[in-house]
Structure formats: C-alpha cells, structure tokens
Design a protein around this ligand. Structure first.
Ligand code: 8YV
Length: 327
C-alpha cells in the first residue's frame, strides 16, 4: 500500500504490540492510557482510517454518525463487541473485527478461580490472615462447600464455556449447559455434558452457574430477578462474561438475604461502578474485569488486532470480522 493507514489506538497496549503497530501503520498511541471522552472519541473517528478501541470505549450510533469519511475499520481490542454498534458501523461501510480465541484459556482459568474462591472462601480466608486474625486451626471454622460431585450449569457453550467445562470436569463437577443450540456430539461426549433447552429448568437444578455468553440484546438480564429466584439456596453464581447478563441489583439483594449462597464476579453492569450492596457482602468474590489480564493474552490480542488491520488494508477479508447476525 502506498500510504500507511492512520490507526488511532484509544488505550495503552503492551509495548511489543505498540512497537509493531508503529512499524506497520501511521499509528497514534495513547501513552497516558486515560480513556477517551465521547468528544475525544468523535475526534479520533474523524481523523482515523482505523480505530482500535477497547471495552471502555462506547461506540454507539450517535458517535458513529459523526465519524470522518476515511474511517473504514474498527479493530476492537477484545472479544466482546457489545461496546460497538456493529450494525450501524456496517451500514456506514465500516467493518468491525474482534479478537476471539486468544483469551479463551485465561478467561476459563479465571472462571475456575472464581468458582473455587467462592465455594472455598479463599478471599475471606486470605483476608483473615492478612489482618492478623488467624489464631489457630479449628475443626468448624472457615468451612466452605466441596465442588467435586456438584452440578455446574454453563450459560453459553462457545469457546470459553467449553474451556470452563473441560476444567470443571477435571475438578469432578458434572457439566450442564444452556445454549442456543446443542454442541456437536463429539464435544458433548468429550465433556459428558447435558444440554438444557430450558434455562429455567437448568437453573433450578444446578449448584454452580457460570455465565459465558456474550452480552447482546437477547442476553441482557438473561438472569433476571425472576430467573435468579429459580436458583437453589446453596447455589453459587459466577460471571466472567458481561455484567449486563445479570440483573445486578436483584443478585445483590438475593445474596444479602441469603437466598443464594455466593457469587464470584469479574464483570459488572455499569463498570467501573459496582452495586454498593455487593461491596459489603462476605459471600461474594469481586474482581476488577481481569479475566483476560495476562501478559500472554494481551499480546496475542494485540497481534490479532494487527493481523485484522493488515489483512483488511491489503484488500482481503479480515479473519475476525464480526457479522451482526452472529451476535
Ligand atoms: C478484554 C473482554 O479485557 O475481550 C473481552 O471481551 O471482556 C476482556 O477480556 C476487554 O474486552 C478489552 O477490550
């Protein structure tokens, strides 16, 4: 290509990714890592051929309507694209790509960490020690619940859901799942997984629930107040997907009233805000959206972004093009 495309990156990315981007493109970086305001995002969309946003940039139809004529690609640094109005972008001739696959294993690890932490009171125990409260072993103190032999219900059996299932099976959990359609017999046999067409019926029978589906208009508040009430009182809910999939105030109320046993949350409905009720509860483990936060994942995500931009600019179909019908 004669002229390098103007690529505007909204947040600080890992150094090797930024170095490579500067070699390949006319790249504008954000060394401060401060998230852009909506007006700054509009400015960026006006001068860019390619925008590289993250989950913290909300690219809605209002912002897209003010994009410049050169904008042709939004190469999201992240798998979830609920921050972008993909249909409006496409209607304006702007392609959207994401970074699936490379954060699967790390997000699945974090899901298991939250299942274990919530069931075995890992954070509570660590806090006791760190605050000098460990005065010796007791047969009846800090008792959690065993996870082996329990039923795990996975909502969303895509790449990450399946990676969670493989891990959970090794920990002795039986695998159940709700998905738009059943997985292939090969995968189902490997995981010894039971498909529940009815989410309501699955919820009522599980010990642990893990959310692993994307946030779309169809999954917003999938775990509504009504559905949360179907859970058994000893159930634990874990979410490493998107906060919007759960009615967060309803979940917080049920946890506070002891109507379910615990939760492990990495994501929230209005990040970075967290329902204040959740912060006060002993039976929740709260993490700051760090499911894919490994050096390896973030570098691989950057490499995917680069491949998507390069392929697109070379006139080919980028490998991770997001098709609205898939959402
Ligand atoms: C990313 C994520 O950190 O990829 C996703 O969908 O939720 C996270 O793993 C974030 O999206 C980066 O934009």
């Amino acid at each position: 290509m004669a002229q390098k495309p103007k690529v505007v990156v909204t947040r600080k990315l890992p150094d090797p990714v930024e170095t490579r981007m500067r070699e390949l493109f006319d790249t504008e970086l954000n060394p401060t890592d401060r998230a852009m305001t909506p007006d700054e995002l509009v400015d960026a969309l006006q001068r860019a051929d390619v925008l590289v946003p993250t989950v913290t940039d909300r690219i809605d139809s209002r912002i897209l309507s003010r994009a410049g004529p050169n904008l042709r690609l939004i190469a999201n640094f992240g798998a979830g694209v609920d921050n972008i109005d993909v249909a409006t972008a496409n209607a304006r001739g702007v392609t959207v790509t994401n970074t699936p696959g490379v954060l699967t294993e790390d997000t699945a690890d974090m899901t298991m960490a939250l299942i274990l932490a919530a069931a075995r009171r890992v954070v509570e125990g660590a806090q006791v020690v760190q605050t000098g409260g460990f005065s010796g072993w007791s047969p009846t103190w800090m008792l959690g619940r065993r996870i082996a032999g329990k039923r795990l219900g996975i909502i969303g059996m895509g790449r990450i859901g399946q990676a969670v299932a493989r891990r959970a099976k090794a920990f002795g959990l039986s695998i159940h799942y709700h998905n738009r359609k059943p997985v292939s017999p090969r995968i189902s046999d490997e995981l010894e997984a039971t498909y529940w067409e009815s989410l309501d019926q699955m919820l009522a029978r599980m010990d642990v629930i893990s959310i692993n589906c994307p946030h779309t208009p169809g999954t917003f508040h999938l775990l509504s107040a009504r559905r949360l009430k179907l859970l058994q009182p000893h159930a634990i809910v874990v979410n490493t997907a998107r906060g919007e999939v759960i009615d967060e105030p309803a979940l917080a109320n049920m946890l506070a009233r002891g109507e379910i046993a615990g939760a492990g949350l990495d994501v929230y409905e209005n990040e970075p805000a967290i329902n204040p009720k959740l912060l006060k509860l002993p039976n929740v483990v709260l993490l700051p959206h760090m499911g894919s936060a490994t050096v390896e994942s973030r570098i691989d995500m950057g490499e995917k972004v680069i491949i998507n931009i390069k392929t697109f600019m070379d006139g080919h179909r980028p490998p991770d093009r997001v098709i609205p019908a898939m959402l």
